[in-house]
Design a protein around this ligand. Sequence first.
Ligand code: PGA
Length: 250
Amino acid sequence: MDKRNIIAGNWKMYKTPKETEDFIKEITPKVSKARALVYIAPPFVCLPAALRAKPGSNFLIGAQNMHDELEGAFTGEISIKMLKSMNVDFVILGHSERRHVFKEDDAFINRKVLTAIKENLQLILCIGETLEQRENNQTDEVLESQILKGLKNVTPQDMENVILAYEPVWAIGTGKTATPQMAETAHCHIRKLLIKHFDKNIANQTNILYGGSVKPQNVSDLLNQENIEGVLVGGASLDVNSFAEIVNKG
Ligand code: PGA
């Protein structure tokens, strides 16, 4: 099966609506021949600008987070109903900054996953170990636990809408990338977990992205690994030229 890589940009809390629109217009011609699928997740308030600028590109535009309830008294939160009304294409769930800075737990993330699936919105579920967990040789069990809890009650059919992103917490925004071999080892483990909990077809059809200090200089080595089918890029996705270079190497 010839699966296309996914190159996803996570803009975190950067860029205004105007900067978003300018970025998308500027990058579109630079990546018109790319083979990879391009996903961009700007801040919530930039989604309308991104969606407005999108025609003419093949980009998929998504949100960086959402609440699990459709509506309610949750000050400052955004629901899937709102996102879907804008026609966003996907949502990132369980990003390490949501888990570690905003203390989201696996149960909350699982509820969001189930909401996205129920409402038919593609999702990128992020998983990954901390430095302490890696040094204590807990990487495999942390990944298994995050997958089991994050995908609880998700059926094999539901997996069609699920993308996984392995993002070692110690590699995010630190400039320390996992070596391609380290990433491949983790991805291989994740693939085996998907085979165990679903089946081989589901495991093979699911894109597993790597994230954590991905740059134009290291993206090819990462994507050359057998079990890495895309990247989730933070810092290097904010600059048109560096993101275009990454996309074109995808
Ligand atoms: P980074 O972020 O590329 O800046 O390390 C990756 C991410 O948080 O998804």
